[in-house]
Every structure is written in structure tokens, then in C-alpha cells.
Design a protein. Sequence first.
Length: 273
Amino acid sequence: MNAIQCSSQTHAGHLRQRNEDYMITDADSGIFMLADGMGGHRSGDFASKMACESVMHRLHKSLPSLSPDEFDPELGYTRASLLLRQALLEANEKILQEADSNPEHAGMGTTIVVAWFYRDQLTIAHVGDSRLYRLRQGRLEQLTSDHTIRQELIDRGYYDKEQAETLVQRNLVTRALGADRSVAIDIQETMTLPGDLYLLCSDGLYDMVEEQTILHIMNRCYDLTSCVETLTKTALGNGGKDNVSVICIRSTPSTQEASRDGWKKRIKRLLRL
């Protein structure tokens, strides 16, 4: 079982009247999620809260009968990953139903990123442009890929990253919960290693703070509370133009041997496919 430490903070920022971000942190279950209600849409704060609570309810309901690392060879994912994907699909449907039945919530939507730690493994699910980063051995890596027009143009080779940052509006999201009956959910599975530090954040952080600065802060702050507070304070100090939400997580496998066993199991699975 992983020993999980976490700290989180959210702030409305300097320009927004409402905070449309919503977070859930459950270290006992190893489940962490962050949603950012769609800017410019009605009831974005309602959508982000509804998405997180719907996903959490679905996961908790299934946890007692779940063997998280049980592998489905046909689909190529663990049961935990398949359950998480289904939970997000159900949340999408609930948001759409609420928007259809309540005119006050028409047009609402939300991004979401979920990190689920179990044993020495991590499942990541996300829709939209809320991000998950991993700091490993001094290197910061963005594990999620933004579902935005800007990122699509970069992926298709129209611009490099530097050009896109100046020529393309960033926050044109191409996927969100509540935007369509059919939503594609990105699922990843990876292994955790001792010393890993994970960051979930909304665009209110990374739009205001360059990645090199995020790396510098995460490398310097060994205390998670101080890390979260420094990241938030830096975003606000740089303008705080949007809601800022930050979750920092450190997952430490109980022993190095547990981590090695996890890698062996994963390799054996891949060899059987």
C-alpha cells in the first residue's frame, strides 16, 4: 500500500468574481481530482462540482469489490482504469441531463483531470486542459496533453510551441465534460517511483507561471504545503487572471521491492499481448 501525502489550495484569483474550479482529495483511497468549469459558460462552478462528486461517488461505490490492478487483456487496461473511464462518461451524461432539464445550467461544461494511485501504480484520466505534472529525479514532465486548438495545431506541425504561444489563443478547449454526448477520455497507466512528486493544476497556474519556475519551486519545496502555497502565491503575484487550483501529491511505495515487483508484473502483461 502506498503512503500518500498531499496538500491543496484554490483561489478565485484577482479578476474573477467566482471560483469555478473544484477539487477532491482522498488520500485514503488514493484518488485526487481537479475540474475547471468552462469559462464563459453558465454555471461552470456547478459543472465542475457535479463532475468531481459524480466521479467520486461512482468510484467509492465500486471500490469494495474492485481489484485495482487486475488486468483486462482484451482492452489492455487495468480494472481501475476502465472503472475510472466509465465514471467520467457517467459524469458527462449527468451534466448533459442537468443542462437539458434546467435552463439556468444550459451550456455548462468542465475540464477534469483525475489521478488514482493504487499500490505502485497510477491511472490518469483527463478531458480538457487541466494538467498533471510529474517531478522525477529533478525533471518536470507534463503527463497530460491539453485538449485545445493550440495543442492540436502543434501536434499537426503547423506551429512549434513557441510560435503557438504567441499566435494562437490558448484557452479554446476542444473537449470537455458536458460539451457533447460523445466524449473521448484520455487514459494513461504508469508506475510510481520513490521520490516522485505530482502536481494537478488548472490553467490559472500554468498560464501565470512558466514551467521553469514551477520546476524551480517544486525542486526547492520539500514540504507539500509550502510547495502549494508558493505556486499559488506566484500565480497571483503574476496577475492572477483566472482561478488558481493546485494539488501536490507525494506517493511513496512502502518498499523498493514493491516497486520492482510492479514493473515485473507490467512487463509480463505486455509480453503476453
